[in-house]
Design a protein around this ligand. Sequence first.
Ligand SMILES: *[C@@H]1O[C@H](CO)[C@@H](O)[C@H](O)[C@H]1NC(C)=O
Ligand SMILES: *[C@@H]1O[C@H](CO)[C@@H](O)[C@H](O)[C@H]1NC(C)=O
Length: 620
Amino acid sequence: MSAYILYTILTGLAILPLLLYLRNPYFWDDLNYALTAIKIGISIERYKKRKPFYSILDSFLDKVAKQPQKKFIVFEDSSYTYSQADKESNRVARALSTHGNVKAGDTVVLFMANEPWMVWLWLGLAKLGCTASLLNYNIRSKSLLHCFSCCDAKVLVAGADLREAVGEVLPTLKQQGVRVFILSEDCDVEGFESLSDKIQQASDQPLSPQLRAHINIKSPALYIYTSGTTGLPKAAVINHERIWMASFLQSMAGVRSDDIIYIYLPLYHSAGFLMGLCGSIEKGLTIVLGRKFSASNFWSECRKYNVTVIQYIGEIMRYLCNTPKRDNDRDHKVRLAFGNGIRADTWAEFLQRFGDIRICECYGATEGNIGFVNFTGKIGAIGREHYLHKKAFSYSLIRYDTEKEEPVKDSRGFCIEVPTGETGLLVAKIGERSPFSGYAKNRQQTEKKTLRDVFVKGDLYFNSGDLLKRDNEGFVYFQDRIGDTFRWKGENVATTEVADHLLMVDCIEEANVYGVKVPGHEGRIGMAALKLKENMDFDSKATYQHVKKYLPSYARPHFIRIQDALAVTGTFKQMKVKLAEEGFDPAVIRDPLFYLEDNKGYVPMTQEIVNSIAEGRIRL
Ligand SMILES: *[C@@H]1O[C@H](CO)[C@@H](O)[C@H](O)[C@H]1NC(C)=O
Ligand SMILES: *[C@@H]1O[C@H](CO)[C@@H](O)[C@H](O)[C@H]1NC(C)=O
């Protein structure tokens, strides 16, 4: 009898996975995700409660104790062990405190390109109990001053190569009583102080942990600037909790402690700094630090340093796919890529060309309080709804009016959750576990990113500004960023979607889609700036046929602009606003322009056509 029961239980157990699989084919992925998420949740809770608080710096110091001789950073032809990095940052901290009068609680601005110094400086500042403000090294003059003044810093440290950029704003900085250090051994320019010599002379003895005893999980650790589509950058306050959450993304993506990661994304952004650098410290990795991205050298660098993990943003994957094919394209050790914004077509091409690399797509904004990780193998999805995730982070997709640029409200004035399959604006409830720290000294922008009275009176949500869609299996797809959609003839057009289609046309290498205003019409009509493949002409017929076949009429680009290179921002995002403003008038634009004539296809743009459109003689 008991044997029979045992037998039943055993067969039951044996077919359990099958039953679970039939009910939910993603069961094991879901379970795996849940276990990892729970483990991470427990770690963060533990760090939070520890006295003194356990920060990413403590994690670094633990690695120094455990693996002092392991390579921490490899940069060009030099490499530095964990122990060396520890000592360098002790020196930095001592030099800044002695010569810059930097004290616990101060903010110091770092203005430099990717180089080991940036890491030593940040670690040094953390040891002093200070906050580092990471400036984009591409910004100049007015923006530079603006970013500097956002964070109340009294000290600026600039890379030697950025002396000129700082020189331009030096008089204003000096007026504000700012100390300006340059990372060089000597400096004879009035107003600058050299720092490298002072660091070399400083002692490398450890600093007292007492200096940072005041820090807790909610203390600001960093300021990272996010670029808006318009206006000046905003400084997102990154506290220690945010650092921990971002650092653990590597664990979620499946990075192992024996991996070698290639970080070439700028360290002044959250992708490179938080997910890349901090995540690598959490895992105790060896980091190959790249000064900047280079499509032509990318794989040779990976080979040279035995890189196993790379980080990406979608555009970079496309750039890599666009490089000329080589015989050794698959000769590398890269096994995992994590990042965000890869399009389904690029992803397929990337795998086909560069071999079997696991791609882990993550979603999250620098200042956001919600993120997703693609933990199953679903092409195109940024993640999957998970019971635990939804329980921990209360988020919702709400109906959005892209024309008025505001959420649609019901008769009682509340927002409306979209049904499965419909695109909606992602909003996430602001609460204990999902805080929104806002922007430094920018109440108005902070306010603009929050929504009140969303579902009930008095609730408060973070407005991600992103349009997402959820399918009936619970997969979540990124649709567009608000501003990257436009409305035409009462329909929403997602620019990335149109661009994806254009890219399938043989002659087109890159496409930037946006909406332009037309006199006498509501909304915006589709336009595309195209970069053609080398030695190819614009094939108007093929483009027209493709567009006609795959896109609804309202989504077809009515104007085409051919450019030698598509304009991108410092973070490789396509510029849209400026192009949209420039419109489609051949009297203003020198690039070749084409117009989509009904039933005929793309014809060269003429002044006559523009006038007819303006006068309403041509119906669009
Ligand atoms: C990369 O790996 C190979 C083989 O395992 C080894 O011989 C080589 O020294 C490694 N290169 C570096 C830079 O570590
Ligand atoms: C999601 O992850 C799986 C497994 O690594 C991968 O095969 C798939 O391509 C990913 N999807 C995206 C869009 O990254």
